[in-house]
Design a protein around this ligand. Structure first.
Ligand SMILES: [Zn+2]
Length: 151
């Protein structure tokens, strides 16, 4: 069975994420989000707000001036969104990430969805019981199925 059919079978919301190979393994226990390119947050100053007067409303530091992780992986609601996300903002393209082996793409259901959103407005999700690692061919098939309104 192909990835598209496996996702259809879920009959519930499926999320998509690219997970860097040098980050801690993709798992519910490791499902924390940090700003782009960060794996660790120990004593890292928040650069989302003014370090001299951190804002209590700051998503990343809540006014402490130090970054705290948000529970849940940053992810997208569709593969189309994920590709768009990686094409925006000077980020390296999704296909290039997979081809170079720098990252793996996962489709997964949610065990828990954080009511807060990530730094780019994306959902923050703890993976549930369905986790599927996708090949480049799977990604292309999913994009096509989304374009045709099948997913
Ligand atoms: Zn801050």
């Amino acid at each position: 069975m192909g990835a598209v059919d496996k996702i259809k079978l879920q009959n519930r919301r499926v999320f998509y994420r690219i997970h860097w190979c040098d980050a801690p393994a993709f798992s519910p226990e490791n499902a924390y989000s940090l700003p782009w390119g960060m794996w660790q947050w120990v004593n890292t100053s928040c650069d989302f707000c003014d370090p001299d007067s951190p804002s209590p409303d700051c998503l990343l530091c809540s006014g402490t001036g130090k970054i705290t992780p948000l529970e849940g992986y940053s992810c997208c609601n569709s593969m189309t969104d994920l590709v768009r996300y990686f094409d925006d903002g000077g980020r390296v393209g999704l296909f290039e990430c997979i081809r170079s082996g720098a990252g793996k793409v996962y489709a997964f259901t949610a065990d828990w969805i954080n009511p807060r959103r990530g730094p780019d407005g994306e959902p923050l999700v703890v993976p549930g019981d369905f986790v599927l690692e996708l090949s480049l061919e799977d990604v292309e098939a999913i994009l096509e199925a989304e374009e045709e309104g099948e997913l």
